[in-house]
Design a protein around this ligand. Sequence first.
Ligand SMILES: C[S@@+](CC[C@H](N)C(=O)[O-])C[C@H]1O[C@@H](n2cnc3c(N)ncnc32)[C@H](O)[C@@H]1O
Length: 215
Amino acid sequence: MPDAFENMDRMYRLQRYFYDTTRKYYLLGRDQLLNEMNVRSGERVLEVGCGTARNLIILARRHPDAHFYGLDASAAMLETAQAKTDNAGLKSITLKTALADDFSFNGTFGRAVPFDKIFFSYSISMIPPWRESIDNALANLKPGGTLYLVDFYDQKDLPAAFRKLLKWWLRKFHVQFWDGLLPYFSSLDKDGLVRLDLKPLFRRYSFIASLKKPI
Ligand SMILES: C[S@@+](CC[C@H](N)C(=O)[O-])C[C@H]1O[C@@H](n2cnc3c(N)ncnc32)[C@H](O)[C@@H]1O
């Protein structure tokens, strides 16, 4: 999907300036995921669709002995991300423009070995080739490594009117909960390719999933 670079740049060219302030009210569960990731000294952690690097900056401050990588389809978002990491004086974050379904630890980041942890924070819901992106993330994760996702769920335990309004609003930003996503995770677990843990949050407003690869 060669247009993904252009589409994301168009969407975020202006939004990136007020992105962090507005999103903190509705991208719920991000901090819980960062707390639960349990990053260890020396580990290499990648965020796919890192946006303004809000999550990577929190993690890099918290874990000065680990190494952080971020990729995003939008070069404009990454300009903001780079300025923020420079301002924070953080040297442990490397950022690259790339697509979720088409990056590799060696080709994109020049690394010799796959990542210890990879996470998607409110990005999988914007990626039509979500299945290819999940497969690609798992291929770039070392044995025993974990893939994490936090994103919008189906809101089935919230009032129907709220659910409808949220869906309508999210569609305006090309965001949607992919019906096949969680069944796909279950099928990977059933086939023994990962061990799945799924947590619905805030009455199924959002979810955190972790997929651990066997050693
Ligand atoms: C809603 S933002 C989330 C940003 C950040 N992860 C956070 O939690 O604040 C989604 C990000 O995914 C990026 N994105 C969308 N499609 C992508 C793709 N196919 N490959 C890589 N990044 C993509 C967008 O450019 C955007 O920066």
